[in-house]
Design a binder for this molecule. Structure first.
Ligand code: NAD
Ligand code: GLY
Length: 367
């Protein structure tokens, strides 16, 4: 585990010629070593948003000036509601307006919204330019910046328009988490908790023991949580980059969660909040299918509540939930396929009868 003064840690994503490192440490934004060895180019473009820009963009720009003759910035409007075509176009407008060539390196400075949109812009601009993820939320450091999924939302479904496109590097400066609002910290903890039930129950034990330290943002606890999450994600993505099978386990809680996000309107609930509640629903469905016992469901529900996440979903109506979940990317021929827990520490993807899903929704949503 690292703390200020400790050495930077590196987790590698092994994807052949698309392999890259995830650097995890303190004060990395200002560390010239964090930015050395990236593709050479005349210009760099920092893509960020109106909240993160005043906090961190100048520091990143200063560090990058040691490597690029020109460092530009485009600050997008903040929020999940802006993860759309109009905002994506702002990135293209900035790149084309500044005459950026096909070697220009994009730096995604912000949370998962900025990271997903910058990655998609990088995949498309001049048919592909290099990009670097500089995640500044806990959620982005433990999940969204890693693995190359990029996307924007569509009014009919979340992350429906996108591409697999890997970054050159991920740089997680743990110090940036100090300015994160508590609600966003909790949202990030949802994706950390996710890794326990799907892959590593020893990590779930550790999270339970260290929940208070994580909520108090103790550097060593955060460093360990980020590193272990990235290790698990690297292990999964290294085997199944394009989600032909195993990678789907990373979507535990997401089928219900995406329905909540789309059903309420993007941004009403944070992505991590929806995933937290979605994990409770998926665990209950697993229990109804005889895959886990009630003690496991109670344990997971207790941990999700303890880190400050909702465990009761909004009352969208069962039919609306089902309709939204049929648009999920894992659905096949209109049949919803859920990521379920098949015994603690092991996930499986399978369909479930609508009647059981409706029972779970009746138990798990507000009256
Ligand atoms: P976000 O990007 O909206 O960031 C959350 C909020 O925190 C925003 O208001 C942002 O401006 C602010 N912020 C960011 N860094 C900050 C800092 N250091 N200090 C203060 N404020 C800061 O949300 P998120 O939770 O980071 O990401 C959610 C998004 O990630 C969703 O769109 C989700 O679909 C996507 N996602 C993608 C993947 C993937 O594999 N690509 C995985 C999980 C989630
Ligand atoms: N967050 C899901 C994935 O990266 O596959």
């Amino acid at each position: 585990m690292v703390a200020p003064g400790d050495a930077t840690q590196t987790v590698r994503i092994e994807l052949g010629e698309r392999s890259y490192p995830i650097l995890i440490g303190a004060r990395l934004l200002d560390d010239p070593a964090a930015w050395a060895g990236l593709p050479r180019a005349h210009a760099a473009m920092i893509v960020t948003n109106s909240t993160v820009s005043p906090l961190y963009a100048a520091r990143l720009a200063n560090a990058l000036r040691g490597h690029y003759a020109v460092v530009r910035e485009v600050a997008l409007p903040d929020g999940e509601a802006h993860k759309d075509w109009a905002c994506l176009n702002q990135i293209f407008d900035a790149l084309l307006g500044a005459g950026c060539d096909r070697k220009t390196v994009l730096f995604a400075l912000g949370g998962g919204v900025v990271g997903d949109m910058t990655g998609f812009a990088a995949a498309c601009y001049m048919r592909g330019v290099p990009f670097v993820q500089v995640p500044t939320t806990l959620l982005a450091q433990v999940d969204s910046s890693v693995g190359g999924k990029t996307a924007i939302n569509h009014p009919l479904g979340k992350n429906m328009i996108g591409a697999f496109y890997q970054p050159e590097r991920v740089v997680c400066d743990l110090d940036t988490l100090a300015s994160l609002p508590p609600r966003e910290l909790a949202a990030g903890l949802a994706e950390i908790v996710k890794y326990g039930p799907i892959a590593d129950m020893a990590f779930m034990d550790w999270i339970e023991t260290n929940a208070d330290a994580l909520l108090a943002r103790e550097p060593r606890a955060l460093a360990h949580a980020v590193r272990r999450s990235c290790e698990i994600k690297a292990w999964v993505v290294g085997q199944d980059e394009r989600e032909s099978g195993l990678r789907a386990i990373l979507n535990f809680g997401h089928t219900f969660g995406h329905a909540i996000e789309a059903g309420l309107g993007y941004g009403a609930w944070l992505h991590g909040e929806a995933v937290g509640c979605g994990m409770v629903m998926a665990a209950r469905l697993s229990q109804r299918l005889g895959l886990v016992d009630t003690a496991f469901v109670q344990r997971l529900t207790g941990l999700i509540a303890r880190v400050g996440l909702p465990v009761t979903g909004p009352a969208l109506g069962a039919q609306r939930y089902l309709e939204l979940m049929r648009v999920d990317k894992k659905a096949e021929g209109g049949e919803i396929r859920f990521v379920l827990i098949d015994g603690p520490g092991r996930a499986v993807m399978r369909p479930a009868p609508d009647s059981l899903v409706c029972e779970v929704l009746a138990e798990s949503t507000a009256a």
